[in-house]
Design a protein around this ligand. Structure first.
Ligand code: NDP
Length: 447
């Protein structure tokens, strides 16, 4: 089996040698899915996984715009249309200086599996730009978003490709992008998700990824007849996903003691309660400030410059910042400090070595493609509401989100439960996602 996996990975490396994040994501899937493919006759000789690692389409384009000083700036825009076997391409846009083809291909590949897991009819895609929103004025953000959409609008549509937010793309950016799409195409459609409530958005969409990550942690704990109540939780990041992961954890009786950004982390031994979180939301979403300002407002908390929160003792860790933010050494520290649950809000935040450490310790470990699927699932619910031209209540959307997260958890058990009772959520999520997409591809022939 190892030879088969290595031969496959060699082929992928040959074609994508300078794309480390993409290769990392493919390797993680290949390790669990190839043995399954070999055990199932219907996939024999169909080269399904080889077809799945090749994007259906990669778009790369120039984004020229004018900054506040009158200077012309040129950024690079991307959209990866990875797989449309089970529905139109769906996946976020990331604006961050680190964005490149490798990062977006890894995200698009993960998205294909994640979207399949939600059970909603959505293919996988991802896009973005190396544009850095930090320190830009609202006008600069608007001009960049308009320039980005001026090209992207040719390639997307409510039945073709429906982007959403990701790092650096929140409600403000979705508004500017939607405005330009509407102007250029002269149509008001559900072409983006994460829209504002008065122009086609869904209640609970902003909360969905963070809430879903916590619902998933709760489902994992239930397999041990345990709950989040009374647990100490470490969260990384302080953006959209981290904020709502913090909120839901607190609502379920846990104590969240950390948040972070790329400059360091804050530790609040007393817990980040609803009032403190409201301060963080205003700081990050309105004032666009840095997390260290938390300790100016709450002096009993501490700020650790340039560090990650993984050395803090906890029961549950929710990595909600970015890829590869948690390495093997940090995983071992978490384990030796007694951490028993990892539910990933970010995409691929744990390095392969960290994942192997969690699996070897047989703790409850959920990969992002399962545990953070609540965001795209609720985007799917936003699309349904747009098509039906109705709005569901907060309670209705939250209930559907909870059910979807619980169904994803069940799918992971179906394909990931081992003989000794341990649930390998990585294996479960990969195979469950694969089966749905692969069966659709088989039915549609070689296209
Ligand atoms: P935001 O832009 O709202 O927040 C990102 C947070 O992560 C910020 O606190 C940011 O700090 C921090 N961060 C980013 N890059 C780094 C880095 N290199 N090192 C340390 N910290 C970093 O993004 P989201 O909350 O939307 O996304 C967070 C993660 O969740 C991403 O992996 C994303 O792909 C994933 N995700 C998001 C979904 C969504 O619905 N938004 C859906 C599913 C997954 P700073 O401000 O200093 O950059």
């Amino acid at each position: 089996m190892k030879n088969k996996i290595d031969a496959f990975l060699d082929l992928v490396k040959e074609r994508n040698g300078n794309e480390p994040e993409f290769l990392q994501a493919v390797e993680e899937v290949a390790e669990t899915v190839i043995p399954y493919i070999v055990s199932q006759k219907i996939y024999s000789g169909k080269n399904i996984l080889l077809r799945m690692v090749e994007p259906e389409r990669v778009l790369m384009f120039r984004v020229p715009w004018v900054d506040d000083s009158g200077e012309i700036v040129v950024n690079r825009g991307y959209r990866i249309q990875m797989n449309s076997a089970i529905g139109p391409y769906k996946g976020g846009l990331r604006f961050h200086p680190s964005v490149n083809l490798s990062i977006l291909k890894f995200l698009a590949f993960e998205q294909v599996f994640k979207n399949a897991l939600t059970t909603l009819p959505m293919g996988g895609g991802k896009g973005g730009s190396d544009f850095d929103p930090k320190g830009k004025s609202d006008d600069e953000i608007m001009r960049f978003c308009h320039a980005f959409m001026a090209e992207l609008c040719r390639h997307i549509g409510p039945n073709t490709d429906i982007p959403a937010g990701d790092i650096g793309v929140g409600g403000r950016e979705i508004g500017f992008l939607f405005g330009m799409y509407k102007k250029l195409r002269n149509e008001f459609t559900g072409v983006l998700t994460g829209k504002g409530m008065s122009w086609g958005g869904s209640l609970i969409r902003p909360e969905a990824t963070g809430y879903g990550t916590v619902y998933f942690a709760q489902s994992m704990l239930e397999t041990k007849t345990d709950t989040l109540n009374g647990k100490t939780v470490v969260v990384s990041g302080s953006g959209n996903v981290a904020q709502y992961a913090c909120e839901k954890s607190t609502q379920l009786g846990a104590k969240v003691v950390t948040l972070s950004d790329s400059s360091g982390y804050i530790y609040d031994e007393e817990g980040i309660d609803a009032d403190k979180l409201a301060f963080v939301m205003d700081l990050k979403n309105v004032k666009r400030g840095r997390i260290n300002e938390y300790v100016e407002r709450y002096p009993s908390a501490k700020f650790f410059s340039g560090e990650t929160p993984w050395s803090v003792k906890c029961d549950v860790a929710l990595p909600c910042a970015t890829q590869n933010e948690l390495n093997e050494e940090q995983a071992k520290t978490l384990l030796s400090n007694g951490c028993k649950v990892i539910s990933e809000g970010a995409n691929m935040p744990s390095t392969p070595e960290a994942v192997h450490a969690f699996q070897a310790a047989k703790i409850l470990y959920a990969p992002g493609k399962a545990s953070n699927a609540g965001g795209v699932a609720t985007s799917g619910l936003e699309m349904s509401q747009n098509s039906l031209r109705i709005n569901w209540t907060r309670e209705e959307v939250d209930e559907r989100l909870k059910n979807i997260m619980s169904d994803i958890h069940d799918s992971c058990i179906q394909f990931g439960k081992q003989d000794d009772g341990y649930i390998d959520y990585v294996k479960g999520a990969n195979i469950a996602g694969f089966v749905k997409v692969a069966d659709a591809m088989l039915a549609q022939g070689v296209v």
